[in-house]
Design a protein around this ligand. Structure first.
Ligand SMILES: [Zn+2]
Length: 161
């Protein structure tokens, strides 16, 4: 390739990126100081939880020390979660327009706390069933909602279906 061709190739515009999905929430979660590995994994549909190798317990949300035993960051590692959980508590938002959420298509949606098999509790939405069908103790599994920057938000759906 000639120098002119190199220059021409370098000057040609890059193809436009694929359009990002429209935000379905008023605010998408920020990437915090300790949560970057968690969010990067969501791009591949992988749910990670921090794990304390000192006391052998899961840690969520991501942080710089173990909240159970106080072990420092050097004792924490990332493990792939099974994606299976049970509903600990749930409530229904009957006015999605008041929160700016569009992921439910204007219909009421469920805000829930779910307990992952790894022993950590996560705030999420349960989708894929009528809100009135969500029960405490109900088994659910992870599913993903695309965010505008390629990350995915872990939501949960009844399991087995
Ligand atoms: Zn610990």
């Amino acid at each position: 390739m000639t120098a002119e061709a190199d220059t021409a190739a370098a000057a040609s515009p890059a193809p436009p990126p694929a359009p990002a999905p429209a935000p379905s929430r008023m605010m998408e979660p920020p990437v915090g100081a300790y949560s970057a590995p968690f969010w990067e994994a969501t791009r591949e549909g992988v749910l990670l939880v921090q794990w304390c190798t000192s006391c052998d317990r899961g840690v969520f949300y991501p942080r710089s020390f173990c909240p159970h035993c106080g072990a420092p960051a050097s004792a924490l590692e990332w493990r792939t979660a099974s994606g299976r959980a049970t509903v600990y508590a749930a409530t229904t938002e009957h006015r999605p327009e008041a929160t700016g959420a569009t992921f439910s298509g204007g219909l009421p949606y469920v805000v829930a706390l779910v307990d992952l098999e790894e022993g950590v509790r996560m705030l999420t939405n349960v989708i894929g069933c009528a809100p009135e069908d969500v029960r405490v103790g109900m088994p659910v599994s992870v599913t993903w909602e695309a965010l505008s920057d390629g990350r995915q938000l872990p939501l949960f759906t009844p399991w087995p279906t």
